[in-house]
Design a protein around this ligand. Structure first.
Ligand SMILES: *Cc1c(COP(=O)(O)O)cnc(C)c1O
Length: 362
């Protein structure tokens, strides 16, 4: 670890691999001998073409996308996708199913309804304060798509496997767990992910969309809100968020070449999460907030015996070089976000601190 770098457990923007930051630093003043900063390159240059094409190619390889999907880069974060999905995919007389597993699902539902779209909530975990992932529900047979949030960043729950929706395409907000484990793309029509959690820096959202879903996009939508605009221009209809796309490219390169792909990544993520949940489950000082079979491997949420101890915990952690352990402002408690770039070493450091803190204050 570099002298002045701490263990970063922020929920997003979040930790990046050190080698990615170093490569950004190297290319910041002079990108590959161009004599220009990476931030000064024209988006119509061969240099930038190579960056965005490499990001797309790596995404295709890592997720085994074949040629059925487009990989797009869109500004506006995951929050714009809450609106773009129904705008583009849901037409007059059609309805979509949504699964409500917390704040981000609720925001997706809210945006669809603001647009006057017909939405059915097929399942919800609101009855138990979103502490679990719903099981045993069914989809509406003629739903145009079924939307879910794959990892609930705030409540610390995650789908361990996805529901079988038959021929209904799944649409997933994967902002906080994309590329964290291998996945089968077959059931999916569209996935989207704001980059600032598992994929890079703030300013861009990755959208992966099945090509046939581009066929019925309403012609009257503004160009910037149509997926087809991005698909037909390699995401460069207007000036794209070049620097954010560059950071994503480097994170994907790190994932492929340094980590060694999604199987390896998943194994590391499983190990990191287990390290923390083991501490939480022993000794009775900490209490996990999510039901055991719904626990997230990306956002580990937990409580201490009282709020005074929670704020002391966060304060002491910071003194020990660990940042970002406060729970989301809407729920309180503590949260350790351990996305792909968070090292095993950082997680073990936190686990040790948690044990020490529990024996001193339990
Ligand atoms: C952070 C987050 C969002 C919001 O992302 P923005 O890019 O800030 O719009 C949406 N969904 C999930 C699951 C998130 O974790």
């Amino acid at each position: 670890m570099k002298e002045n770098r701490i263990y970063n457990f922020n929920a997003g923007p979040a930790a990046l691999p050190l080698c990615v930051l170093e490569e950004i630093q190297d290319s910041f003043l002079n990108f590959r001998g161009s004599g220009m900063s990476v931030t000064e390159l024209s988006h119509r240059s061969k240099w930038f073409d190579d960056i965005i094409n490499d990001a797309v190619d790596r995404t295709r390889r890592i997720l085994n996308l074949g040629d059925k999907f487009h990989v797009l880069f869109i500004q506006g974060g995951a929050s714009l996708q809450f609106a773009m999905v129904p705008m583009n995919l849901l037409h007059a007389g059609q309805s979509a199913d949504y699964i409500n597993t917390g704040t981000w699902s609720q925001n997706a539902i809210k945006e669809a309804r603001l647009l006057g779209k017909s939405i059915k909530v097929a399942a919800s975990s609101e009855d138990k304060d979103f502490t679990y992932i719903p099981k045993n529900f069914s989809f509406t047979p003629d739903a145009r798509y079924a939307h879910l949030t794959s990892n609930n960043t705030i409540k610390g729950t995650q789908w361990a496997s996805f529901p079988d929706a038959g021929n209904i395409p799944l649409v997933a907000d994967m902002s906080s767990d994309i590329f964290s484990k291998p996945m089968d793309m077959k059931p999916f029509g569209l996935i989207y992910a704001g980059a600032q959690k598992n994929l890079g820096i703030a300013g861009v959202c990755m959208v992966i969309i099945r090509k046939d879903l581009l066929e019925n996009i309403p012609a009257t939508l503004p160009s910037m809100l149509k997926y087809s605009t991005y698909a037909s221009s390699n995401s460069m209809y207007n000036t794209p968020p070049c620097f954010a796309i560059y950071a994503t490219q480097l994170v994907l390169k790190w994932l492929e070449e340094t980590v060694g792909g999604l199987d390896k990544m998943a194994e590391l993520n499983r190990k990191k999460a287990q390290t923390l949940y083991r501490v939480i489950d022993s000794g009775g000082f900490y209490r996990g907030t999510a039901e055991a079979d719904s626990r997230s491997r990306m956002n580990v949420t937990f409580r201490l015996p009282n709020e005074t101890l929670e704020s002391l915990f966060v304060k002491e952690a910071l003194k020990n070089g660990m940042e970002g352990l406060t729970g989301h402002r809407s729920v309180g408690g503590c949260r350790a976000s351990i996305y792909n770039p968070t090292t095993v070493q950082a997680v073990e450091g936190l686990a040790d601190f948690m044990k020490t803190f529990a024996s001193a204050n339990g």
